[in-house]
Write a protein that binds this ligand. Structure first.
Ligand SMILES: [Zn+2]
Length: 890
């Protein structure tokens, strides 16, 4: 899966609304079932193994509940009086086991809120084959977890999102990735409705007034990759023609809600291209007999269900006129999900501790294959930006390694964090670069071939890589990054003989104490006028001689997962060429310089000089990076009033000339034919100048265009400017404008307009609007995930943060009563991560620690507390110095 972490909208981390029953005071029968054996806290035992499922569901999204008949063939290791499995919030009508030609009636108990269930029998089942039969019904969720339904326009639709452990809210089963078996699915729908599952549909018949859609048995599949989508969808079909890896054409469809019907072709054509690039990399045909690409308005990201991927509307629904960032997201996310058809679906981790084998690789492949698909979008640079971003999290003392044990169900969803995605992708890129692209690819192909349609572990992957690399040091080097948390810092010092002595240590922010760690670092360096040279730094220190002339570039290509520290002269020489560095190296400079400041070393003047030079870099990620780091001080309140004014002057100084040179026309499609990088840089420059720069003339132009758009002139404003445009409308029009904009958002089903309109209302930063959002904005059209996203927006904005945090404290129980789903629980604490003081860190700790102890979100809470505290330390130590430096900007 892939969350839209980088998207601007405050609504993208929407909150899910699953509804797990809390197991309250258990009745006597449940007590007896509990007494048979301890409830497994995580992985089930191997007492029962499924071999096949037959799932028959009746799904009418207009209703609040759906029903199912499920049969599971399984094998019992030993004779048994009970079987542990999974099921959550299922109302069981009947459960029975058939074994050796005999019926064994069963009692079904849900034993804990994570959905561990137990079947008990009055007489023991024999060892060997058994068939379990269930008849049940269950509620739809309103948030993107389990089986969920949403009203779009006048119609209800339903979708599924099962990763990590929400399949159990749709059907009883053995809901773990290690159990891969065939599923035969039947979906019963209202007449004329479309039904989509993982395998091709083989027939539709009419039975009892319902359409009965029967699907072919799937290839072996874990529960978390199953999918059942039902509704009056629109769709378009095509095929990916045969490739050198595949003889038969591959049928593909785009499936979406009706109002998106006119905008499906971009996704259809784009999917075809991406499938071909992936098949060429893996040297193997697409692993499933068909591919459906489905969209929903409320999943805040995408999910790789085998042969039936699910996406947020905004990822697939667009045309060629879409913005650079929207097309980048399409390329990266579609390539990510389709790479998962191999990494994750074809070869599945045996347990969630190895989820990095899915996500780190899909992330790396997503950017790489997205780049191959359309090189002019510069998608590849986004991978490094995400990796450097993850270093900020990995540098904290609280944290986790990419690969670590997951003993409890509460920890599963926490593994889907920026460490697994951003760090994991960066580490894969580093190792692939060091081994050589061809050898690395051969290792990937060998691993795929050895485990196809089965399960594998990290050890299996490492073995495949060791076999092709021919270098015994690769394995321990790779494991030093996957099995340990933390960011290496490589410190360079001139050795007086024209070279450098280098030493490695664990990077820590000012005031932090982290245990020492050593890595095997593929250290690649060059000079501005020379090629890179690599060596493995696996000792505490070493020496480096760098041929050629010009500034020392300590992370050549930017693919190294490490930070560097330089003598002052080397820093200044590197900053002086920041406008000319390739994108990845520019991002590495930005990250290490900012980190050096946060550790108490680099000066504010060096930071500002770096940001000014980087803003002139031709790469749009690099030009954004330096100013982005400065903006962090501004957003987190490290600057005093004079410092803030200086920051605004700097923004105007940097971006007014750019906007003047590039020109600015807010009308729809004005830059549709332009080079994507140029177009992206205009969006950055206009956003900065009109936002923090507060340029009056520019704000008037955008504000007028946005108001004209809202008045019905849909050509007046390109969707690229929805964010800044609606922000200005609310800023200038106050509460009345906010209410109108919220109404316009709710009246629309447009995948870009609706979230941007609601987002601008939520993040206004104005007290009266924030108060209205929190206490009064209720409407039957406002989806629960949108409502929760808006609350998040109020808390995220500096101007309404205190009010939002107070509201959160007063309403916490209501907020979380709906439970979790992967998109919510582990990210809840981050909502208050914008604070910057030790006192606030204590307040957050006192409020949330008792609530999250032992639950999903406990780790994210510790990270948030440390971030807030560490920001306070930095502000106290360096805030005045920083403000003084900004004050000097003329
Ligand atoms: Zn993924």
């Amino acid at each position: 899966m892939r969350t839209l972490l980088l998207a601007a909208s405050a609504l993208t981390l929407a909150l899910a609304a699953a509804a797990p029953a809390t197991i309250a005071a258990a009745d006597a029968e449940t007590q007896a079932a509990l007494a048979l054996a301890p409830v497994p806290p995580g992985k089930l035992t191997d007492a029962a193994r499924p071999t096949a499922y037959r799932i028959d569901l009746t799904i009418d999204p207009n209703k609040e509940r759906f029903s199912g008949k499920v049969e599971i063939d399984a094998v019992l290791k030993d004779s048994a009086r009970f079987i542990d499995l999974h099921g959550r919030d299922l109302k069981m009508g009947s459960a029975v086991a058939l074994a050796g030609g005999k019926r064994y009636p069963a009692r079904y108990f849900e034993l804990d809120p994570s959905g561990v269930a137990r079947l008990t029998f009055s007489e023991a089942l024999p060892a060997g084959p058994v068939t379990l039969q269930f008849d049940y019904d269950a509620p739809f969720n309103s948030g993107p977890a389990g089986m969920f339904r949403v009203k779009v326009g006048e119609d209800w639709y339903s979708w599924t999102q099962f990763q990590s452990i929400d399949a159990r809210a749709a059907f009883p089963g053995f809901d773990e990735p290690g159990f891969k078996v065939p599923f035969t699915v039947t979906l019963r729908t209202l007449p004329g409705q479309m039904a989509v599952s993982n395998a091709p549909q083989v027939s539709t018949t009419r039975e009892g007034g319902m359409d009965v859609h029967r699907f072919a048995p799937t290839l072996p599949m874990p529960t978390y990759l199953m999918a059942f989508m039902v509704g009056p969808f629109a769709s378009v079909s095509g095929t990916v023609p045969a490739t050198p890896q595949r003889q038969a054409p591959l049928p593909i469809r785009i499936v979406t809600t009706k109002q998106n019907a006119a905008k499906m072709d971009f996704a259809l054509q784009g999917t075809k291209g991406i499938v071909k690039h992936l098949e060429a990399y893996f040297g193997q045909a697409f692993p499933y007999p068909k591919l459906d690409q489905i969209t929903t308005p409320i999943l805040p990201g995408a999910m790789e269900n085998a042969g039936a991927d699910l996406y947020n509307d905004s990822i697939l629904i667009m045309d060629e006129k879409a913005s650079t960032s929207q097309k980048r997201t399409f390329g990266m996310v579609v390539a990510h999900e389709l790479a998962h058809q191999w990494f994750g679906d074809l070869v599945t981790p045996a347990w969630w501790d190895d989820i990095w084998l899915n996500e780190s690789f899909a992330n790396w492949m997503g950017f790489r294959i997205g780049h191959e698909w359309r090189p002019n979008l510069n998608i590849r640079a986004g991978a490094l930006a995400e990796g450097f971003n993850a270093m900020g999290t990995d540098a904290l003392v609280a944290g986790r390694a990419i690969h670590q044990p997951i003993p409890t169900n509460a920890q599963i969803d926490e593994a889907f964090d920026s460490i697994t995605y951003g760090k994991g992708g960066h580490v894969v890129a580093m190792i692939a670069g060091y081994m050589g692209d061809t050898k690395f690819r051969d290792g990937v192909r060998r691993y795929m071939a050895a485990h196809k349609y089965g399960n594998a572990t990290s050890a299996d992957f490492f073995r495949a890589m060791a076999e092709v690399s021919g270098d015994p040091r690769i394995l321990p080097a790779m494991q030093s990054f996957t099995d340990q948390q933390g960011v290496p810092l490589v410190t360079f010092a001139a050795d007086g003989k024209g070279g450098y002595s280098v030493s490695q240590s664990r990077y820590a922010r000012l005031g932090a104490q982290a245990p020492a760690i050593r890595w095997g670092i593929p250290l690649c360096v060059r000079r501005a006028a020379s090629k890179q040279q690599c060596q493995l730094l696996d000792q505490a220190s070493g020496s480096v001689r760098v041929a050629g002339r010009g500034a020392l570039i300590p992370n050549a290509g930017g693919t190294g997962y490490y930070r560097f520290e330089l003598p002052a002269a080397e820093w200044n020489a590197l900053i002086a060429v920041a406008d000319k560095l390739p994108g990845g190296e520019a991002l590495a400079l930005d990250d290490s310089l900012f980190a050096s400041f946060q550790a108490g070393r680099a000066s504010p003047d060096q930071l500002i000089a770096g940001a000014v030079k980087l803003a002139a870099n031709p790469d749009s990620y690099a030009s954004e990076a330096g100013v982005g780091s400065l903006e962090w001080f501004y957003r987190n309140g490290l600057l005093d009033a004079d410092g803030e004014q200086g920051y605004r002057r700097l923004i105007r100084q940097l971006f007014a000339p750019k906007v003047a040179a590039m020109g600015f026309d807010p009308r729809a499609g004005a830059y549709a034919a332009e080079d994507p990088e140029k177009s992206q840089k205009r969006i950055q420059a206009v956003g900065k100048l009109a936002g923090a720069g507060h340029d009056a003339a520019l704000r008037k132009k955008i504000g007028d265009a946005a108001r004209a758009y809202l008045a019905g002139d849909t050509k007046a404003l390109d969707p690229s400017w929805f964010g800044i445009g609606f922000e200005i409308v609310v800023e200038e029009g106050g509460l009345a404008a906010a209410k109108q904009l919220a109404e316009a958002g709710l009246a629309s089903q447009d995948p870009l307009f609706r979230p941007n309109a609601l987002g601008a209302v939520a993040t206004s930063g104005k007290e009266d609007i924030g108060r209205w959002v929190l206490d009064s904005f209720t409407d039957s059209r406002l989806r629960r995930s949108e409502r929760l996203g808006m609350i998040r927006g109020v808390v995220a904005n500096k101007g309404t943060r205190d009010m939002g945090f107070a509201w959160l404290q007063a309403n916490y129980q209501d907020l979380v009563a709906g439970g979790g789903g992967i998109f919510f629980a582990s990210r809840l604490p981050g909502m208050v991560g914008g604070y910057c003081s030790a006192a606030k860190a204590d307040e957050i700790a006192a409020f949330l620690r008792p609530k999250l102890a032992g639950k999903t979100g406990a780790l994210e809470l510790e990270r948030t507390i440390e971030r807030v505290r560490s920001c306070g330390v930095l502000k106290d130590a360096r805030g005045a110095e920083l403000s003084a430096a900004f004050k000097k900007v003329k």
